[in-house]
Design a protein around this ligand. Structure first.
Ligand SMILES: NC(=O)c1ccc[n+]([C@@H]2O[C@H](COP(=O)([O-])OP(=O)(O)OC[C@H]3O[C@@H](n4cnc5c(N)ncnc54)[C@H](OP(=O)(O)O)[C@@H]3O)[C@@H](O)[C@H]2O)c1
Length: 347
């Protein structure tokens, strides 16, 4: 089976996903009978490519490595805007990996909407669309008989949405709590070692896991988008990140981190979703975590999520020190789930 992909947003995650596709090319063909071709990629400032028969991914990556732009690739370079690329390229899956816009989810939301309306399935690690319009997008995907998957939006490649969807049938999620933002967890861990918040943020940027605008991490917006995505998908909330009761870690000092440690506690940025009456309340704030908590050992860039369920009690998933490869794997595994569903003829 041939799978045609268009990748909108070709930065850290997009390029890592491209490298993963290249390294798994044989496995995809031999184990899954899949030939995956990337027929278009779009960036905001580095040019875009459209090749009906699939582009040479190695060459595109090499162009970006050596010249920092795709413009030297050849006559296939285009200035078509992403929405037109999506409509024209006849892809099976649109992979949305543009920068998070916490204000509105745009333009990712429009990219996703256009793809689904055009009959193209969507795989994304961008939290915006799920946090702002999950219900609408799921309904749109169902109406057009295509798929909308977003495992990489929370805990990178660790299964959260797929875990509930595929392995917990009939089990209700009653509450969610998690250490969901790698950057703030890394910053708090480094502050406990004596580094300043500024130094730790710069290190997170240098290592490529901070958001393009790190205030999204430090002020709790990234965690707010993630807990909203989780609450919308797993608890049926119809919420947006703006409705989260949100306090980030900006007010935390080295002294407060040390004072907590002196009492055998750690400060962590914790996100929670819980049912209150008929609605779901979402909160992000620094909390004092004790050694008995499953979050106690979750330091550095690690993340953790606890699902409180009716039939399985509490389940905790810990992702230890993820790298970009784990986010790329989220896209890869979602792509395989879409291919499997297309093969089964399921919508
Ligand atoms: N990095 C991580 O560890 C991680 C983990 C989980 C989820 N995510 C999510 O994954 C997404 C991508 O992250 P990243 O680290 O790859 O970001 P990035 O390195 O900043 O790359 C973003 C890409 O999107 C392009 N882009 C931005 N706005 C665009 C627009 N309007 N039209 C077309 N292209 C546009 C950028 O173009 P230029 O190349 O011209 O700048 C760039 O190629 C984000 O939503 C992020 O929140 C990231």
């Amino acid at each position: 089976m041939m799978l045609r992909l268009v990748i909108i947003g070709f930065g850290n995650v997009g390029q890592e996903f491209a490298r993963l596709l290249l390294s798994k090319r044989e496995w995809l063909r031999n184990s899954r009978g899949l030939i995956v071709e990337v027929v278009a990629v779009a960036t905001r400032t580095r040019g875009s490519l459209l090749l009906e028969n699939g582009l040479d991914l190695e060459r595109a990556l090499q162009e970006l490595r050596s010249r920092g732009t795709l413009r030297g690739y050849g006559p296939e370079v285009t200035d078509l805007p992403p929405l037109e690329l999506i409509e024209r390229c006849e892809a099976d899956i649109m992979v949305e990996l543009t920068t998070l816009n916490i204000e509105s989810g745009e333009p990712a939301l429009s990219h996703v909407r256009t793809a689904l309306e055009t009959g193209v399935s969507v795989v994304t690690a961008n939290k915006g669309p799920v946090a702002y319009a999950y219900d609408d997008l799921k309904a749109l995907a169902d109406a057009h008989g295509v798929h909308f998957r977003f495992e990489g939006t929370v805990l990178d490649g660790a299964p959260v949405f797929s875990l509930v969807e595929r392995t917990l049938p009939g089990c209700n999620v009653l509450g969610i709590s998690g250490v969901l933002n790698s950057t703030s967890n890394f910053v708090l861990t480094e502050m406990a070692r004596g580094r300043s918040m500024d130094e730790a943020v710069k290190e997170a940027q240098r290592r490529g896991f901070a958001e393009a605008d790190p205030s999204l991490d430090i002020d709790g917006w990234d965690a707010a988008a993630k807990i909203t995505a989780l609450a919308n998908v797993l608890m049926g909330a119809r919420s947006t990140p703006r409705q989260v009761d949100r306090t980030g870690i900006r007010g935390i000092t080295n002294e407060s981190v040390k004072a907590a440690l002196a009492e055998s506690k750690k400060i962590k940025l914790v996100a929670r979703a819980e049912r209150v009456g008929g609605s779901v309340r979402t909160v992000v704030r620094p909390e004092l975590v004790e050694p008995v908590s499953p979050f106690w050992t979750v330091d550095g860039t690690s993340s953790a999520l606890t699902l409180c369920t009716d039939l399985m009690g509490e389940l905790t998933i810990i992702e230890a020190n993820p790298s970009l490869l784990q986010t790329a794997y989220a896209i890869f595994s979602d792509m395989l789930l879409v291919a499997e569903a297309v093969r089964r003829g399921a919508s």
